[in-house]
Design a protein around this ligand. Sequence first.
Ligand code: SF4
Ligand code: SF4
Length: 206
Amino acid sequence: MPPIPGSGLAKGLAVTLRTMTKRTVTAQYPDVQPELPPRTRGVIGLFEENCTVCMLCARECPDWCIYIDSHKETTPPAAPGGRERSRNVLDRFAIDFALCMYCGICIEVCPFDALFWSPEFEYAETDIHELTHERDKLREWMWTVPEPPALDPGAEEPKEIAAARKTADKLQAQEEREAQEAREARDAQGPAEDRSDRAAGQEGQE
Ligand code: SF4
Ligand code: SF4
């Protein structure tokens, strides 16, 4: 059967009409920033205070693109007669994002929560060497790391928060005890000083 004249045009117009009424999926980046999921793997941030230089992340990285340098320092014993302690001090922590394959293994294996994903992705460079981010830059990414999702209602309190609360309670109790002792010492001194002042006054009159 021969095609009806103008049917092709009608079909084309129908497709155009259908497409016009659909929601657009074109992202107008960079004029409009994309809405990324909170767990996006953009760049890695380093929370240096948590890093103990255990080297686990560097050893497990399949691309060998984490560079860590450190030295040992000894600290005096906490109590007389105790032993000196040695600890690792971080000298360099860098990640080469030109090599990184964003597998997340380093973040997974870090036992001290020192590495985090940030959704930031705008760090393209014209010089490949600039893609090696040193510790200062890795720290700056930390401020772009989203907050962790809220705990399920009824979930057990994280052990870090329980430990921090216990320490805060202990410090507060210690402060209150010291303040009380200081008050008692002041009260004990007060009447004695009054008596000596009165005695000095009487001697002056005589
Ligand atoms: S994400 Fe993977 S490849 Fe990148 S630094 Fe971490 S372990 Fe290495
Ligand atoms: S695994 Fe964590 S604590 Fe150990 S060196 Fe890497 S970032 Fe630091």
